[in-house]
Write a protein that binds this ligand. Structure first.
Ligand code: TMP
Ligand code: ASP
Length: 240
């Protein structure tokens, strides 16, 4: 399948049309941003890792019965995916307090939850992706009631599968962000699953005072060893 015209360029990916109107090609860049684009940088090799990791996760989830946009990996940075209409919600699942949750609710990072949480942000860069609830999403016509129910069920199912998957790699899945799309009347998991969109902490290495991050927090927080963290995750995914 060949790239035709560029349809869109985001912070970390480009999207190209293909000869098939149902499919697009996603092309992963090494560009990294944080804080709604205020912080900019490059994470060398990130595009390759995020492409391959995302594809691996999507295929693992498909096998577990979760529909995704994945079609076919073309090469290191390019993948054919279904052309979905993105639901403008960032769906965040958390297992352990960290990041904006810790800040907003005054809970130490590393505090274990009794049960996983879900939250929605309205995907809107001009507004800084504000936190919203189901009723806001319905009122703004971002998704139907049925779609929101499906998205919630799928997000928690993804969480269960991913917790188990990463446990085997000696990684604790702290939280992550998902995006969903509409494809031929069905809600499917879209976008990416990568160290850009998940918090991965070295298992057993943390409590509420310290942790070892193997994800984009190393970039967001200027912790150093950014490329090393992405490479480490990828190495474990590859089984060595
Ligand atoms: P947060 O604690 O900053 O709200 O982030 C929660 C999770 O969502 C974390 O794993 C990183 C991911 N995330 C994104 O993928 N994109 C974003 O724009 C933000 C803010 C977070
Ligand atoms: N990708 C997001 C941005 O640049 C934020 C993040 O991942 O922290 O705004």
């Amino acid at each position: 399948m060949e790239k035709k015209e560029q349809l869109y360029e985001g912070k970390a990916k480009k999207v190209f049309a293909t000869e098939n109107p149902d499919y697009v090609i996603v092309s992963y860049k090494d560009d990294a941003t944080a804080f709604n684009g205020l912080k900019k940088g490059t994470i060398s090799g990130k595009g390759v890792i995020n492409n391959k990791m995302s594809n691996m996760m999507m295929q693992m989830l498909e096998k577990k019965g979760i529909p995704t946009h994945f079609v076919k990996e073309i090469d290191d940075r390019n993948t054919v995916v279904k052309k979905v209409q993105i639901v403008p919600l960032e769906v965040i699942i958390r297992n352990v307090a960290a990041g904006s949750f810790s800040k907003r609710y005054g809970v130490a990072e590393g505090t274990q939850f009794k049960a996983p949480t879900i939250e929605f942000s309205y995907k809107n860069d001009d507004l800084g992706d504000p936190l919203i609830n189901d009723y806001h999403a319905l009122a703004l016509n971002l998704a139907s009631e049925k779609e929101i129910e499906t998205i919630k069920k799928m997000a928690f199912a993804v969480n269960s599968e991913m917790i188990a998957f990463f446990k085997k790699l000696n990684i604790d899945l702290i939280d992550f962000k998902l995006e969903f799309g509409r494809y031929k009347g069905q809600i499917v998991l879209a976008d990416e699953i990568s160290p850009d969109t998940c918090r991965f902490w070295e298992a057993g290495s943390w409590d509420t005072t310290k942790h070892v991050s193997l994800d984009k927090d190393r970039f967001r927080r200027d912790l150093g060893g950014v490329e090393d963290a992405y490479n480490e995750i990828f190495k474990r995914l590859m089984g060595d």
